[in-house]
Design a protein around this ligand. Structure first.
Ligand code: PMP
Length: 405
């Protein structure tokens, strides 16, 4: 399975466009990735040949849709090495998955309990825990990881017998660093805490093995890994999913209803109220298939090489601050003391280059870095060396131009 960037890129026709009179360069992949033809065509095929509501049985199309939908669950389970299909709960995305867990565990959280997160979290893995703490009287604690996310022995003290939930990101969306996951999980597990990993920024780049990680919950979004928007996953160990109180109720998630009481369905259905995002699940399974068909190591090496190229060129610039690690990242986050990142963003856009300027839904982390926001260029498997070089050229040009004004 040799990796050929150009042939892979041809599977993403959206990238052949011009943007503002220039060839489009898409470097906002941490926000959402583009979709390969197999995903786009697969969704169309579903609507052309199989569309019906699932799990209602009774006719040809419903059976076909149900089979495809449940096969998708199996493919996603295989993709992250979940032991059983029923450990995969469909959600709208990472945010909904985390909310589902935060509400679902509420009945087990009491005043004085502690919920531990890290200082590198996206708001999606912060606000639901903060609100859970407000509702229950629990205390939200923050493991103070720094920009290099190195584990320090004194962090062990943050994990206590009061720690009931530990939730951490695998990779920071704002600065691209990987967190010391294994160490953190070991300490959380020693205290018997529920553990949740936010894999939103990891799944597109790193093969994930939830059985090996041994976390209680692992969550991610389809749209950041070449799949459709509006579909995501909550993986959970059986007992961890079993203790979650359904935070949405209604059809599909019940086995028997009377006016007096409701009997909930078995997993995974008891946590999936209402008609699911059927074509989204099928599209996500196709995205998993797309990734599985690639040489994952070669893809990651390529993405890291593009990021390193940018890092090496930009680190020589005195008037620019980089917050991402020097190696092994797939994105670069920076600020320029004398220029506003929004102006830089606008200039890059005028040249056809799409990046992201802002706080990246991580206000506390931005405060820790001493900035209100950064400019982030994030890479995917279809990006090229020419694009990485051009990003540097145009950015440096923009800095010169803006400084002359
Ligand atoms: N966590 C991380 C690390 C993310 O990067 C994102 C998306 N930027 C989310 C959570 C939220 O994902 P979604 O908006 O797809 O729910």
């Amino acid at each position: 399975m040799a990796f050929d960037p150009l042939s892979l890129r041809s599977q993403f026709p959206i990238l052949t466009q011009q943007a503002n009179g220039n060839p489009l360069i898409y470097l906002d992949n941490a926000a959402t990735t583009q979709k390969p033809l197999s995903v786009i065509n697969g969704i169309q095929e579903y609507y052309l040949t199989a569309n019906a509501n699932v799990h209602r049985g009774a006719h040809f199309l419903s059976d076909r849709a149900t089979n495809q939908f449940e096969l998708a669950r199996k493919q996603v389970a295989d993709f992250i090495k979940a032991p059983q299909d029923s450990h995969i709960i469909w959600t709208k995305g990472t945010t909904e998955s985390i909310n589902l867990v935060a509400y679902g565990l509420e009945h087990l959280i009491q005043q004085g309990d502690e919920i531990l997160i890290t200082s590198l979290e996206h708001h999606a893995n912060l606000v639901p825990w903060q609100q859970l703490a407000f509702r229950t009287g629990a205390r939200l604690r923050v493991l103070p990881l720094t920009s290099d996310a190195q584990w320090q022995e004194e962090f062990a003290h943050y994990f206590t017998e009061r720690t009931k939930i530990f939730a951490a990101t695998q990779v920071s969306n704002a600065i691209g660093v990987q967190t010391p996951l294994i160490k953190m999980l070991q300490h959380a597990q020693k205290q018997g805490a529920f553990t949740l990993i936010d894999g939103a920024q990891a799944v597109a780049h790193y093969p994930v093995n939830v059985a090996e990680l041994d976390c209680d919950f692992y969550v991610f979004s389809g749209h950041k890994m070449y799949g459709p928007t509006g579909i995501g996953v909550l993986y959970g160990k059986h007992h961890a999913l079993e203790v979650l109180m359904p935070y949405q109720t209604g059809g599909e998630m019940v086995s028997h209803v009377s006016y007096q009481a409701t009997e909930f369905n078995v997993l995974p259905y008891r946590l999936e109220a209402g008609t699911p995002h059927i074509e989204g699940a099928i599209g996500l399974a196709l995205a998993c298939e797309f990734l599985t068909q690639q040489d994952r190591e070669a893809l990651l090496t390529w993405e890291q090489a593009l990021t390193n190229l940018v890092y090496l060129r930009l680190q020589k610039e005195a008037n620019l601050e980089i917050y991402s690690p020097e190696t092994n990242s797939t994105l670069i986050s920076l600020s320029v003391p004398n220029s506003h990142i929004m102006d830089l963003n606008q200039y890059l856009d005028s040249q056809g280059i799409g990046v992201r300027a802002g706080s990246h839904c991580a206000h506390p982390l931005m405060a820790q870095l001493g900035v209100t926001g950064t400019l982030r260029a994030s890479f995917a498997c279809y990006n090229t060396l020419d694009e990485a070089e051009r990003f540097c050229d145009v950015l440096l040009n923009a800095i010169d131009l803006l400084n002359d004004e």
